[in-house]
Ligand binder design. Structure first.
Ligand code: NAD
Length: 299
């Protein structure tokens, strides 16, 4: 059985580590938050006092952290974890970060003979809990094959997007498109409602027509159209506006680096900025962008 060190057990990392335990892996956990670590212990992880302690004896190190800065400071530099890892270890970073940050960490790992992957995820907290995440991997094909059994314990789809950093590029392309079709869906639904249509009926019509898309059919942003989506619980839970803004920021930085034209991505980022400027909205699910188009009752 492989020993796994898991670093960063928040909303995503916590349930991912719990799935590894459930599938029979031995997981040693470290997080800066004691409360988060206690939850991990309740899920069957062993608690480590530091990141260095967590990786002692680990075959695989998995990290799920909030930012590129957190990932770089964990692994790089004289006090970085790479200094304490032998070449037999496999490093899998599942955080959503800039592709350049991922490439920097993977290159530094490579210099020490360590196989490393960027493997950001799609699916959110529900898929993390259900073990049905999609992993988008960047790195050597052999490293993806080594990682496959570990990733399969946490997800349903494992894609090899290309060399180091490619997982991050795939992730932000997907989330930029998601933001665009969510906004388009909210705008179209509101146009229909403002002209007397029932959002349920309009959703059925567009879903069976050429306007059909994931936001409309699987994650409808209009309250009351679909059960078990954030729109039907005051936009609570799900994927926050703040996290969508983070991903759109990464998409815009990437587009600037490659001189790519992304006008709809830029507009989507602006609209989410406008909506998320209010701290209450910022914590809501990203489908709450519907509220940007809804008129106050009576108007
Ligand atoms: P979170 O804030 O809930 O969890 C991050 C955890 O990392 C926290 O518990 C924090 O204490 C810990 N941490 C931060 N720096 C650390 C360090 N140096 N050492 C140890 N622990 C440290 O965030 P999350 O929602 O779990 O997201 C994690 C990553 O997954 C992010 O990159 C995010 O963009 C990505 N993601 C999130 C979702 C989602 O729906 N929440 C979906 C897809 C991808």
């Amino acid at each position: 059985m492989e020993n796994i060190a898991f670093i960063g057990l928040g909303n995503m990392g916590g349930p991912m580590a719990a799935n590894l335990v459930e599938k029979g892996f031995s997981v040693t956990a470290f997080d800066l938050s004691g409360a988060v670590l206690d939850k991990a212990v309740a899920a069957g992880c062993r608690k480590a006092a530091s990141a260095e302690a967590a990786i002692a004896g680990a075959d695989v190190v998995v990290s799920m952290l909030p930012s590129g800065e957190a990932v770089r400071s964990l692994y790089l530099g004289v006090h970085g974890l790479l200094q304490a890892m032998g070449p037999e270890v496999l490093l899998i970073d599942c955080s959503t970060i800039a592709a350049d940050d991922a490439r920097q960490v993977i290159a530094a790992a490579g210099e020490r003979g360590i196989d490393a992957l960027d493997a950001p995820v799609s699916g959110g907290t529900a898929a993390a809990a259900a073990g049905t995440l999609s992993f988008m991997c960047g790195g050597e094909a052999a490293a993806v094959e080594r990682a496959r059994p570990v990733l399969a314990a946490m997800g349903a789809n494992i894609f090899h997007a290309g060399p180091a950093g490619s997982g991050q590029v795939a992730k932000i392309c997907n989330n930029m498109l998601l933001a665009i079709h969510m906004i388009g869906t909210a705008e179209a639904l509101q146009l229909g409602v403002d002209n007397g249509l029932d959002p349920n009926v309009l959703s059925q019509i567009m879903g069976a027509s050429s306007g059909g898309n994931w936001s409309l059919e699987k994650y409808n942003p209009y309250p009351g159209v679909m059960e078990n989506v954030p729109a039907s619980r005051n936009y609570e839970g799900g994927f926050s506006v703040a996290l969508m803004l983070k991903d759109l920021g990464l998409a815009m930085d990437t587009a600037a680096g490659s001189a790519s034209s992304t006008p709809l991505g830029a507009l989507a980022k602006n609209l989410y900025q406008l909506h998320g400027g209010d701290p209450i909205n910022s914590a809501l699910d990203f489908s709450s962008i519907q509220n940007l188009f809804r008129r106050p009752v009576g108007n």
